[in-house]
Design a protein around this ligand. Structure first.
Ligand SMILES: Nc1ncnc2c1ncn2[C@@H]1O[C@H](COP(=O)(O)OP(=O)(O)OP(=O)(O)O)[C@@H](O)[C@H]1O
Ligand SMILES: [Mg+2]
Length: 393
Protein backbone atom coordinates (compact mmCIF):
# COMPACT_ATOMS: atom_id res chain seq x y z
CA UNK A 1 0.00 0.00 0.00
CA UNK A 2 1.14 3.53 -0.68
CA UNK A 3 2.52 3.53 -4.20
CA UNK A 4 2.73 7.11 -5.51
CA UNK A 5 3.27 8.15 -9.11
CA UNK A 6 3.67 11.47 -10.89
CA UNK A 7 2.67 11.27 -14.56
CA UNK A 8 3.75 14.27 -16.62
CA UNK A 9 2.96 16.57 -13.72
CA UNK A 10 3.27 20.30 -14.38
CA UNK A 11 2.75 23.14 -11.92
CA UNK A 12 2.40 26.59 -13.41
CA UNK A 13 1.61 29.35 -10.92
CA UNK A 14 -0.67 32.26 -11.85
CA UNK A 15 2.33 34.56 -12.26
CA UNK A 16 3.66 32.25 -15.01
CA UNK A 17 6.35 30.52 -12.94
CA UNK A 18 6.71 26.88 -13.97
CA UNK A 19 7.74 25.36 -10.65
CA UNK A 20 7.49 21.73 -11.76
CA UNK A 21 8.03 20.80 -15.39
CA UNK A 22 6.78 17.43 -16.68
CA UNK A 23 7.64 15.41 -13.60
CA UNK A 24 7.56 11.64 -14.00
CA UNK A 25 8.38 9.75 -10.85
CA UNK A 26 7.21 6.56 -9.23
CA UNK A 27 7.65 5.78 -5.54
CA UNK A 28 7.22 2.12 -4.74
CA UNK A 29 5.32 0.63 -1.85
CA UNK A 30 7.28 1.15 1.36
CA UNK A 31 10.05 2.96 -0.44
CA UNK A 32 11.93 5.99 0.92
CA UNK A 33 12.51 8.51 -1.86
CA UNK A 34 14.27 11.81 -1.23
CA UNK A 35 13.69 14.86 -3.44
CA UNK A 36 16.78 17.04 -3.38
CA UNK A 37 17.88 20.17 -5.20
CA UNK A 38 18.73 23.83 -4.69
CA UNK A 39 16.35 26.42 -3.32
CA UNK A 40 13.44 27.15 -5.65
CA UNK A 41 13.83 24.01 -7.80
CA UNK A 42 10.27 22.83 -7.10
CA UNK A 43 10.65 20.33 -4.25
CA UNK A 44 8.01 21.70 -1.88
CA UNK A 45 5.61 22.32 -4.74
CA UNK A 46 5.92 18.67 -5.81
CA UNK A 47 5.26 17.48 -2.28
CA UNK A 48 2.35 19.84 -1.79
CA UNK A 49 0.71 18.54 -4.96
CA UNK A 50 0.80 15.01 -3.50
CA UNK A 51 -0.67 16.32 -0.25
CA UNK A 52 -3.44 18.13 -2.10
CA UNK A 53 -2.34 21.54 -0.83
CA UNK A 54 -1.47 22.74 -4.32
CA UNK A 55 -3.50 22.24 -7.46
CA UNK A 56 -1.92 20.35 -10.38
CA UNK A 57 -1.80 22.38 -13.63
CA UNK A 58 -1.59 19.31 -15.86
CA UNK A 59 -0.72 15.63 -15.56
CA UNK A 60 -1.76 13.14 -12.91
CA UNK A 61 -0.77 12.05 -9.44
CA UNK A 62 -1.89 8.59 -8.39
CA UNK A 63 -1.84 6.82 -5.04
CA UNK A 64 -2.20 3.04 -5.28
CA UNK A 65 -3.22 3.39 -8.89
CA UNK A 66 -6.02 5.84 -8.20
CA UNK A 67 -5.85 9.36 -9.67
CA UNK A 68 -6.08 11.73 -6.69
CA UNK A 69 -5.93 15.08 -8.54
CA UNK A 70 -9.40 16.04 -7.36
CA UNK A 71 -9.26 14.50 -3.87
CA UNK A 72 -9.15 16.70 -0.78
CA UNK A 73 -6.06 16.33 1.43
CA UNK A 74 -8.10 14.27 3.91
CA UNK A 75 -9.28 11.82 1.25
CA UNK A 76 -5.71 11.05 0.24
CA UNK A 77 -4.74 9.34 3.52
CA UNK A 78 -1.31 10.93 3.77
CA UNK A 79 0.50 12.59 6.69
CA UNK A 80 2.84 15.51 6.32
CA UNK A 81 5.66 16.75 8.56
CA UNK A 82 6.90 20.29 7.95
CA UNK A 83 10.01 22.23 8.83
CA UNK A 84 8.06 24.13 11.49
CA UNK A 85 6.45 21.53 13.67
CA UNK A 86 3.38 23.63 14.42
CA UNK A 87 2.51 21.87 17.67
CA UNK A 88 -0.44 23.28 19.59
CA UNK A 89 1.11 25.15 22.53
CA UNK A 90 -1.87 24.70 24.84
CA UNK A 91 -1.99 20.92 24.35
CA UNK A 92 0.22 18.29 25.97
CA UNK A 93 2.38 16.00 23.88
CA UNK A 94 -0.27 13.31 24.22
CA UNK A 95 -3.06 15.63 23.09
CA UNK A 96 -0.94 16.93 20.21
CA UNK A 97 -0.27 13.41 19.02
CA UNK A 98 -3.89 12.37 19.42
CA UNK A 99 -5.18 15.42 17.58
CA UNK A 100 -5.49 13.92 14.06
CA UNK A 101 -7.33 10.93 15.56
CA UNK A 102 -9.68 13.20 17.48
CA UNK A 103 -10.48 14.97 14.22
CA UNK A 104 -11.20 11.59 12.63
CA UNK A 105 -13.44 10.69 15.62
CA UNK A 106 -11.42 7.58 16.43
CA UNK A 107 -12.76 5.67 19.47
CA UNK A 108 -10.95 6.52 22.72
CA UNK A 109 -9.38 3.11 23.35
CA UNK A 110 -8.02 2.89 19.84
CA UNK A 111 -6.75 6.45 20.06
CA UNK A 112 -4.86 5.79 23.25
CA UNK A 113 -3.33 2.61 21.88
CA UNK A 114 -2.10 4.41 18.75
CA UNK A 115 -0.57 7.28 20.74
CA UNK A 116 1.13 4.90 23.22
CA UNK A 117 2.48 2.83 20.34
CA UNK A 118 3.88 5.82 18.49
CA UNK A 119 5.34 7.27 21.69
CA UNK A 120 7.14 3.99 22.34
CA UNK A 121 8.57 3.82 18.83
CA UNK A 122 9.81 7.40 19.19
CA UNK A 123 10.98 6.92 22.76
CA UNK A 124 8.95 9.84 24.11
CA UNK A 125 6.62 7.97 26.50
CA UNK A 126 8.04 9.94 29.41
CA UNK A 127 7.16 13.23 27.69
CA UNK A 128 3.48 12.57 27.04
CA UNK A 129 2.31 14.89 29.85
CA UNK A 130 4.52 17.83 28.90
CA UNK A 131 3.70 20.94 26.91
CA UNK A 132 5.67 21.86 23.75
CA UNK A 133 7.41 24.77 25.52
CA UNK A 134 8.92 22.25 27.92
CA UNK A 135 10.62 20.32 25.11
CA UNK A 136 13.90 20.62 23.23
CA UNK A 137 13.93 21.09 19.45
CA UNK A 138 14.67 17.43 18.84
CA UNK A 139 11.88 16.33 21.18
CA UNK A 140 9.39 18.62 19.46
CA UNK A 141 10.48 17.18 16.16
CA UNK A 142 9.74 13.70 17.49
CA UNK A 143 6.28 14.76 18.64
CA UNK A 144 5.57 16.11 15.16
CA UNK A 145 6.65 12.73 13.77
CA UNK A 146 4.43 11.03 16.32
CA UNK A 147 1.46 13.01 15.16
CA UNK A 148 2.11 11.74 11.63
CA UNK A 149 2.63 8.13 12.73
CA UNK A 150 -0.53 7.72 14.83
CA UNK A 151 -2.68 7.91 11.74
CA UNK A 152 -0.94 4.98 10.02
CA UNK A 153 -1.23 6.84 6.73
CA UNK A 154 -0.54 5.32 3.34
CA UNK A 155 2.20 7.87 2.68
CA UNK A 156 4.48 10.13 4.73
CA UNK A 157 5.43 13.46 3.20
CA UNK A 158 8.25 15.34 4.91
CA UNK A 159 9.43 18.80 3.93
CA UNK A 160 12.81 19.64 5.45
CA UNK A 161 11.73 18.31 8.86
CA UNK A 162 15.23 18.60 10.32
CA UNK A 163 16.33 22.01 9.14
CA UNK A 164 15.45 23.79 12.38
CA UNK A 165 17.77 21.55 14.39
CA UNK A 166 21.44 22.12 15.11
CA UNK A 167 23.98 20.08 13.17
CA UNK A 168 24.51 17.38 15.80
CA UNK A 169 20.84 16.81 16.51
CA UNK A 170 20.14 16.74 12.79
CA UNK A 171 22.53 13.82 12.36
CA UNK A 172 20.93 11.99 15.29
CA UNK A 173 17.37 12.56 14.05
CA UNK A 174 18.41 11.54 10.56
CA UNK A 175 19.36 8.15 11.98
CA UNK A 176 16.06 7.93 13.84
CA UNK A 177 13.96 8.76 10.80
CA UNK A 178 15.80 6.13 8.85
CA UNK A 179 15.21 3.49 11.55
CA UNK A 180 11.58 4.53 11.95
CA UNK A 181 10.87 4.23 8.25
CA UNK A 182 12.48 0.80 8.06
CA UNK A 183 10.38 -0.29 11.02
CA UNK A 184 7.04 1.08 9.78
CA UNK A 185 7.70 0.52 6.07
CA UNK A 186 5.44 3.42 5.18
CA UNK A 187 6.05 4.91 1.73
CA UNK A 188 7.94 8.17 2.30
CA UNK A 189 8.66 11.16 0.10
CA UNK A 190 11.17 13.39 1.85
CA UNK A 191 12.33 16.83 0.72
CA UNK A 192 15.67 18.39 1.56
CA UNK A 193 18.24 20.68 -0.04
CA UNK A 194 21.02 18.90 1.86
CA UNK A 195 22.67 16.31 -0.36
CA UNK A 196 24.25 14.47 2.57
CA UNK A 197 20.82 14.03 4.14
CA UNK A 198 19.48 12.85 0.78
CA UNK A 199 22.28 10.34 0.25
CA UNK A 200 22.07 8.88 3.77
CA UNK A 201 18.28 8.57 3.93
CA UNK A 202 17.02 7.65 0.50
CA UNK A 203 16.52 4.20 -0.98
CA UNK A 204 16.52 6.31 -4.11
CA UNK A 205 17.24 9.99 -4.55
CA UNK A 206 15.52 12.28 -7.06
CA UNK A 207 17.65 15.28 -7.98
CA UNK A 208 15.71 18.31 -9.25
CA UNK A 209 16.97 21.49 -10.90
CA UNK A 210 14.85 24.31 -12.26
CA UNK A 211 11.62 22.29 -12.02
CA UNK A 212 13.10 19.39 -13.98
CA UNK A 213 13.92 15.94 -12.60
CA UNK A 214 17.58 15.33 -13.45
CA UNK A 215 18.06 11.79 -12.20
CA UNK A 216 16.38 9.25 -9.97
CA UNK A 217 18.73 6.59 -8.67
CA UNK A 218 20.11 4.89 -5.56
CA UNK A 219 22.71 7.09 -3.81
CA UNK A 220 25.72 5.07 -4.96
CA UNK A 221 24.67 5.32 -8.58
CA UNK A 222 24.13 9.09 -8.39
CA UNK A 223 27.67 9.43 -7.16
CA UNK A 224 29.33 7.01 -9.54
CA UNK A 225 27.33 7.69 -12.69
CA UNK A 226 25.71 11.15 -12.72
CA UNK A 227 23.49 11.54 -15.75
CA UNK A 228 23.81 15.30 -16.07
CA UNK A 229 26.40 17.93 -15.32
CA UNK A 230 24.04 19.37 -12.73
CA UNK A 231 23.93 16.10 -10.75
CA UNK A 232 27.71 15.81 -11.10
CA UNK A 233 28.20 19.24 -9.54
CA UNK A 234 25.55 18.77 -6.86
CA UNK A 235 26.26 15.34 -5.37
CA UNK A 236 29.55 14.95 -3.53
CA UNK A 237 31.26 17.05 -0.94
CA UNK A 238 33.17 18.98 -2.00
CA UNK A 239 31.47 18.70 -5.38
CA UNK A 240 33.10 17.49 -8.57
CA UNK A 241 35.53 19.83 -10.34
CA UNK A 242 33.92 20.71 -13.69
CA UNK A 243 35.78 22.43 -16.51
CA UNK A 244 35.64 22.88 -20.27
CA UNK A 245 38.02 20.53 -22.03
CA UNK A 246 38.87 18.98 -25.37
CA UNK A 247 39.49 15.35 -26.30
CA UNK A 248 42.52 14.65 -28.47
CA UNK A 249 45.12 12.06 -29.40
CA UNK A 250 48.04 12.25 -27.00
CA UNK A 251 51.35 10.43 -26.61
CA UNK A 252 49.68 7.53 -24.72
CA UNK A 253 46.41 7.35 -26.64
CA UNK A 254 43.31 9.45 -25.99
CA UNK A 255 43.74 12.32 -23.61
CA UNK A 256 41.65 15.18 -22.30
CA UNK A 257 43.12 18.68 -22.41
CA UNK A 258 42.02 21.59 -20.23
CA UNK A 259 44.04 24.78 -20.44
CA UNK A 260 47.70 23.79 -20.36
CA UNK A 261 46.92 20.56 -18.50
CA UNK A 262 46.10 17.11 -19.86
CA UNK A 263 45.16 13.73 -18.44
CA UNK A 264 45.28 10.36 -20.19
CA UNK A 265 41.89 8.74 -20.59
CA UNK A 266 42.10 5.18 -19.29
CA UNK A 267 39.89 2.40 -20.58
CA UNK A 268 37.94 2.47 -17.31
CA UNK A 269 36.73 5.97 -18.10
CA UNK A 270 35.83 5.01 -21.67
CA UNK A 271 33.86 2.00 -20.38
CA UNK A 272 31.76 4.34 -18.24
CA UNK A 273 31.50 7.09 -20.87
CA UNK A 274 31.74 5.31 -24.26
CA UNK A 275 30.58 8.35 -26.20
CA UNK A 276 33.56 10.32 -24.92
CA UNK A 277 35.83 8.29 -27.22
CA UNK A 278 33.86 9.54 -30.24
CA UNK A 279 34.57 13.15 -29.32
CA UNK A 280 38.14 13.44 -30.62
CA UNK A 281 38.68 17.05 -31.63
CA UNK A 282 35.49 18.09 -29.82
CA UNK A 283 34.76 20.10 -26.71
CA UNK A 284 33.43 18.36 -23.62
CA UNK A 285 32.90 19.11 -19.97
CA UNK A 286 35.35 17.20 -17.81
CA UNK A 287 34.50 16.17 -14.24
CA UNK A 288 37.08 15.13 -11.66
CA UNK A 289 36.29 14.09 -8.09
CA UNK A 290 38.30 15.84 -5.33
CA UNK A 291 38.81 12.50 -3.55
CA UNK A 292 40.39 10.88 -6.63
CA UNK A 293 43.40 13.19 -6.43
CA UNK A 294 46.44 12.50 -4.32
CA UNK A 295 49.62 14.42 -3.72
CA UNK A 296 52.41 13.23 -6.02
CA UNK A 297 56.06 14.14 -6.40
CA UNK A 298 57.58 15.83 -9.41
CA UNK A 299 58.46 12.52 -11.06
CA UNK A 300 54.75 11.63 -11.47
CA UNK A 301 54.26 10.63 -15.12
CA UNK A 302 52.90 13.15 -17.59
CA UNK A 303 49.23 12.47 -18.33
CA UNK A 304 48.56 11.07 -14.86
CA UNK A 305 48.67 14.29 -12.86
CA UNK A 306 47.96 18.00 -12.90
CA UNK A 307 50.32 20.70 -11.68
CA UNK A 308 49.50 24.09 -10.25
CA UNK A 309 50.02 26.63 -7.54
CA UNK A 310 48.34 26.04 -4.18
CA UNK A 311 45.86 28.83 -3.57
CA UNK A 312 44.38 27.64 -0.28
CA UNK A 313 44.71 24.73 2.12
CA UNK A 314 41.88 23.75 4.47
CA UNK A 315 42.94 21.32 7.16
CA UNK A 316 39.94 19.26 8.29
CA UNK A 317 41.76 16.86 10.58
CA UNK A 318 41.62 13.44 8.98
CA UNK A 319 41.94 15.02 5.56
CA UNK A 320 42.74 18.30 3.89
CA UNK A 321 41.22 20.25 1.02
CA UNK A 322 43.80 21.72 -1.31
CA UNK A 323 42.75 24.32 -3.88
CA UNK A 324 45.06 24.49 -6.87
CA UNK A 325 44.98 27.33 -9.38
CA UNK A 326 44.89 26.23 -13.02
CA UNK A 327 44.29 27.90 -16.38
CA UNK A 328 41.30 25.64 -17.15
CA UNK A 329 37.91 27.24 -17.81
CA UNK A 330 35.21 26.38 -15.25
CA UNK A 331 31.92 24.81 -16.33
CA UNK A 332 28.61 24.40 -14.57
CA UNK A 333 24.99 23.58 -15.31
CA UNK A 334 24.37 27.33 -15.34
CA UNK A 335 26.77 28.16 -18.16
CA UNK A 336 26.02 25.50 -20.75
CA UNK A 337 25.88 26.50 -24.39
CA UNK A 338 22.36 26.84 -25.71
CA UNK A 339 20.57 27.05 -22.36
CA UNK A 340 18.53 30.12 -21.55
CA UNK A 341 20.23 30.57 -18.18
CA UNK A 342 23.78 30.62 -19.56
CA UNK A 343 25.59 32.46 -22.31
CA UNK A 344 27.65 29.32 -22.84
CA UNK A 345 31.04 30.09 -24.27
CA UNK A 346 32.96 33.31 -23.68
CA UNK A 347 31.40 36.29 -22.01
CA UNK A 348 29.20 34.34 -19.59
CA UNK A 349 30.55 36.32 -16.66
CA UNK A 350 32.28 33.24 -15.25
CA UNK A 351 35.83 33.60 -13.94
CA UNK A 352 38.34 32.77 -16.66
CA UNK A 353 40.38 30.28 -14.69
CA UNK A 354 39.49 27.72 -12.11
CA UNK A 355 40.75 26.24 -8.92
CA UNK A 356 40.69 22.47 -8.67
CA UNK A 357 39.91 21.15 -5.23
CA UNK A 358 41.58 17.95 -4.07
CA UNK A 359 40.71 16.02 -0.92
CA UNK A 360 43.92 14.45 0.25
CA UNK A 361 45.59 12.85 3.24
CA UNK A 362 47.03 15.71 5.29
CA UNK A 363 50.60 14.44 5.45
CA UNK A 364 52.62 16.05 4.06
CA UNK A 365 50.51 19.19 3.93
CA UNK A 366 51.37 21.46 1.00
CA UNK A 367 51.83 25.18 1.64
CA UNK A 368 50.01 28.08 0.04
CA UNK A 369 51.96 29.36 -2.97
CA UNK A 370 53.79 26.07 -3.49
CA UNK A 371 53.64 24.35 -6.91
CA UNK A 372 52.27 20.84 -6.45
CA UNK A 373 51.59 17.79 -8.57
CA UNK A 374 48.32 15.99 -7.97
CA UNK A 375 47.94 12.57 -9.51
CA UNK A 376 44.46 11.53 -10.60
CA UNK A 377 42.82 8.13 -10.96
CA UNK A 378 42.44 8.39 -14.72
CA UNK A 379 39.94 5.54 -14.89
CA UNK A 380 37.40 7.69 -13.03
CA UNK A 381 37.13 10.69 -15.35
CA UNK A 382 33.61 11.97 -16.05
CA UNK A 383 32.47 13.47 -19.35
CA UNK A 384 29.45 15.59 -20.24
CA UNK A 385 28.22 17.32 -23.33
CA UNK A 386 28.69 21.10 -23.30
CA UNK A 387 25.39 21.24 -25.19
CA UNK A 388 22.69 20.29 -22.73
CA UNK A 389 24.98 18.81 -20.09
CA UNK A 390 24.08 15.13 -20.58
CA UNK A 391 26.59 12.43 -19.65
CA UNK A 392 28.51 11.12 -22.68
CA UNK A 393 27.33 7.52 -22.24
N1 LIG B 1 2.41 30.54 -4.65
C1 LIG B 1 3.37 30.76 -5.54
N2 LIG B 1 3.20 31.64 -6.56
C2 LIG B 1 4.14 31.84 -7.49
N3 LIG B 1 5.33 31.20 -7.51
C3 LIG B 1 5.56 30.31 -6.54
C4 LIG B 1 4.62 30.05 -5.49
N4 LIG B 1 5.13 29.12 -4.67
C5 LIG B 1 6.35 28.82 -5.15
N5 LIG B 1 6.62 29.54 -6.27
C6 LIG B 1 7.83 29.45 -7.11
O1 LIG B 1 7.96 28.13 -7.57
C7 LIG B 1 9.32 27.70 -7.57
C8 LIG B 1 9.47 26.44 -6.75
O2 LIG B 1 9.19 26.72 -5.40
P1 LIG B 1 9.30 25.60 -4.26
O3 LIG B 1 8.78 26.20 -3.00
O4 LIG B 1 8.68 24.35 -4.75
O5 LIG B 1 10.88 25.42 -4.16
P2 LIG B 1 11.74 24.48 -3.20
O6 LIG B 1 12.52 23.57 -4.09
O7 LIG B 1 10.88 23.86 -2.17
O8 LIG B 1 12.76 25.53 -2.55
P3 LIG B 1 13.30 25.66 -1.02
O9 LIG B 1 14.48 24.70 -0.92
O10 LIG B 1 13.76 27.08 -0.98
O11 LIG B 1 12.19 25.35 -0.09
C9 LIG B 1 10.12 28.90 -7.06
O12 LIG B 1 10.62 29.60 -8.17
C10 LIG B 1 9.09 29.71 -6.32
O13 LIG B 1 9.43 31.07 -6.34
MG1 LIG C 1 10.73 24.11 -0.07
Amino acid sequence: MGEVTFNHVVKRFDNGTVAVNDLNLSIGEGEFVVLVGPSGCGKSTSLRMVAGLEEISSGEITIDGEVVNDYTPRERDIAMVFQTYALYPHMTVEQNMAFPLRMAKTPAAEKEKAVRGAAEILDITNLLGRYPRELSGGQRQRVAMGRAIVRSPRVFLMDEPLSNLDAKLRVQMRGEISRLQRELRTTTLYVTHDQVEAMTLGDRVAVMFDGVLQQLAPPGELYAAPETVFVAGFIGSPPMNLCHAGIEQGPHGLQVRFGSLALDIDQGSIDKYPRASEQTGQNVILGTRPECFSLADESAPEGQCIRGKVDLVEMLGAEALVYVQTDARPASANNLAGTPSGAGEAGSGQPETMKFVARIAPRPLPRTGEIVSLSYETDTLHFFSPKGGGALR
